[in-house]
Design a protein around this ligand. Structure first.
Ligand code: PBG
Length: 326
């Protein structure tokens, strides 16, 4: 039996008829202003080394990192987050608090050459410790409060080197309060803190650990990173960090945690960032390389999903590639 056409009151397809009307009613869009690009700097000279599990992502020595910065600026991506791979690692991550550490040197050089770059640093110890954990080890576990004093020194030394914003990622209790206190005491009360507040113990970090050579030498990170089953705990972590003085709250990873992004967004007035992590990048690259998916379209669709879920800011290895298409 044919449906009489006057019975068809609802025709949502009217607003999908061509690209013009689709663009007019689009609820969520991406812009290069949404992105923060991770940049890996490694000790040494004349190095541009592609990370095997992350095609298109490189470790650069400081003398060559400008190549990456130029590519980013050319597509209007001007915010970066720096990760360092030091020459030497030790049990307390000494390089991370040294005036001549890899990050401190990189910051001075990048900021001097590029006043328009907004430079953020990851404040954590796993890239600098020989055991690969995110803090000081006591009795085979990361000691929370001893780690805090190292994070304080690290944040202040990044500030001394010219950082614009710090992003503690080690999931230590009280890390935001501790860093805020030390930055303020050193006269850096205007430097914001973007907290990796809601960070899960995730297998999606695998390729990143290859990139910074930070795979834990024993155990795992489950005593400090969150259990993937928990969302209320994520809101709790976000609220604690907000109370401790965080300026931006981050959820990480992103793609498998879109519900968490939404929940956090509904419970804070702070900007919400999400980290589109290494494993999420590698999966799309690998499937695209095999010809199984259209890499560019899947990239844009997943980035859009993060924004739609509530993220105001996306840290992503796709920053340059995505911005070039916008
Ligand atoms: C810790 C840190 C990690 C990432 C960012 N900061 C790794 C970890 O917790 O093991 C992961 C980023 C990614 O996978 O892209 N310094």
């Amino acid at each position: 039996m044919a449906l009489h056409h006057v019975d068809l009151v609802h025709r949502p397809r009217r607003l999908r008829q061509n690209e013009s009307i689709r663009r007019l009613v689009r609820e969520t869009t991406l812009s290069p202003d949404d992105f923060i690009a991770p940049v890996f700097v490694i000790a040494g000279t004349n190095i541009k080394h592609e990370i095997p599990s992350m095609p298109g992502v490189y470790q650069y020595s400081i003398d060559r990192v400008q190549e990456e910065i130029d590519h980013l600026l050319a597509v209007d991506v001007s915010r970066i987050i720096l990760f360092g791979i030091p020459k030497e690692k030790d049990s307390v991550g000494s390089d991370s608090i040294s005036e001549n550490g890899i990050i401190q040197q990189a910051l001075r050089s990048i900021k001097q050459a590029n006043p328009d770059i907004y430079a953020i640093t990851d404040v954590c110890m796993c890239e600098y410790t020989d055991h690969g954990h995110c803090g000081i080890i006591v009795n085979d576990d990361v000691h929370n409060d001893q780690t805090l004093s190292y994070l304080q020194k690290q944040a202040v030394s990044h500030a001394d080197a010219g950082v614009d914003m710090v992003a503690p990622s080690g999931m230590m209790d009280g890390m935001v309060a501790a860093i805020r206190y030390s930055l303020d005491e050193a006269g850096y009360e205007t430097i914001p803190i973007m907290s990796y507040a809601v960070k899960y113990g995730s297998a999606f970090y695998g390729p990143f650990r290859e990139a910074v050579e930070s795979t834990p030498q024993f155990g795992d990170r489950k005593t400090y990173q969150m259990d993937p089953g928990n969302v209320r705990e994520g809101i709790k972590e976000a609220l604690i960090d907000e109370e401790e003085g965080a300026d931006i709250i981050m959820v990480k990873p992103a793609l498998a945690y879109l519900d968490v992004i939404r929940a956090v967004k509904e419970n804070t007035l702070l900007p919400v960032a999400c980290y589109n992590v290494s494993g999420e990048y590698s999966m799309i690259k690998a499937a695209a390389e095999k010809g199984w998916i259209d890499g560019e379209k899947v990239m844009m669709e997943t980035l859009l999903s993060m924004k739609r879920a509530g993220a105001d800011i996306i840290l992503t290895y796709f920053a340059q590639e995505a911005a070039a298409l916008l």
